[in-house]
Design a protein around this ligand. Sequence first.
Ligand SMILES: Cc1cc2nc3c(=O)[nH]c(=O)nc-3n(C[C@H](O)[C@H](O)[C@H](O)COP(=O)(O)OP(=O)(O)OC[C@H]3O[C@@H](n4cnc5c(N)ncnc54)[C@H](O)[C@@H]3O)c2cc1C
Length: 388
Amino acid sequence: MVEYDVIIIGAGSIGVPTALATSMEGLKTLVIDSFPSVAQGDNKHAIGGIRATHSLKSKVWLCQRSIEIFSTWKKTHGDDIWWIQGGYTFLAHSEQDVQMLKNTVNKQRDFGLNIRYINVEKIKQLVPGINELGLLGGTHSPEDGNASPLLAMHSIYRKSKEYGASYNFNETVVNFSIEKNKITGVKTTRGKYTSRFVINAAGANAKKIGSLGGFSVPVEPDSHEAGITEPVKNFFSTMVVDIKPEIDSIYGNSKNYYFYQNKEGKILFCLTPDPRIKGTDRQETSLFLPQVSKRMVSILPRLRNIKIRRTWRGLYPMTPDGNPIIGKVNDYEGYINAVGMCGQGFMLGPGVGELLSRTITEKLTQKDYEILNELSQERDFGKEEELK
Ligand SMILES: Cc1cc2nc3c(=O)[nH]c(=O)nc-3n(C[C@H](O)[C@H](O)[C@H](O)COP(=O)(O)OP(=O)(O)OC[C@H]3O[C@@H](n4cnc5c(N)ncnc54)[C@H](O)[C@@H]3O)c2cc1C
């Protein structure tokens, strides 16, 4: 029987870049996924936003590394993943949000982020036609960007195979092989595989995977909808994040609304329902379109006649504090969590993949220890990040 160095459960936003990082390090890597091909879980539901603009140090650092990888991907590996470095623009419509954004900017600059508070005039240059009514200012982080989750994951997948990673599709992990307190491999619908390490990168199914080995993995998915318009001439390149909550007694309240224009000129958009819609429902609703189009036209009136091509619904694998859980667990050898990516798995993927690889090869840096400490399962889950 082949002995792997690492088995990764899940060929999604996290599993695939992790397989690239481990195979580049010469680790014998197997990725197992229930779907017939790569990135068919929630990776393909992501709209493609990539930012290091977080308020938690570990996520800032992980995503800064992801941005280095995404932004140089075409030059390094030849494939166009539709990377656009248009930045992120958060909008403030209340004095409270102005203060919150200004405070966050100071903290983010301390973490090494290129971000600043900007006035309405600057926002108008970044987003021509934006509705100025009630707009007080915002932040802009020019190094953030966007890319196609499917193009990116397919390209990373091909590259990882060139480095020797193996993928078994149409195969479901149903149990772990455990000897005393050590995970020695997995059992699947097709057979048994042994390995030194098993990484749980099962996205919305992470809790169930954890429970197979008796690990408590506090990941509860919730449903989010998104959509895409017809293409129009490119007129802005930043991701716009409207953090003003929307009260809508007919179609439902919502928190953040965010959108950008991709390389083909199509506008991709998403919003955060309030309250959260917990569960695993991936069926799109008829409420989303009227709910979101009201916000779209209110922020950017020139979109009033644009046609929406398609909407879809996917899951955020949520943790109690909205931050991922990454790293080994106490009491069991050989098991590693890479779970609870919430609404940020695509942007975290490449940075997380390299961190996991260094965890296995024991090449962790001082910065890595700080990241792992902040994202450890042993942390206090009571504190939420300011800028989720
Ligand atoms: C509408 C929407 C918009 C989003 N926009 C963004 C965005 O702009 N930027 C961003 O960074 N993130 C975004 N996200 C979040 C992002 O999609 C997720 O955080 C990310 O896909 C999670 O990555 P993952 O690898 O953990 O899970 P997935 O990509 O879902 O991969 C998990 C894989 O594990 C497999 N699996 C599960 N159980 C088993 C098993 N027992 N055996 C074998 N295989 C198994 C699944 O089949 C799946 O393929 C968005 C999500 C949604 C829903």
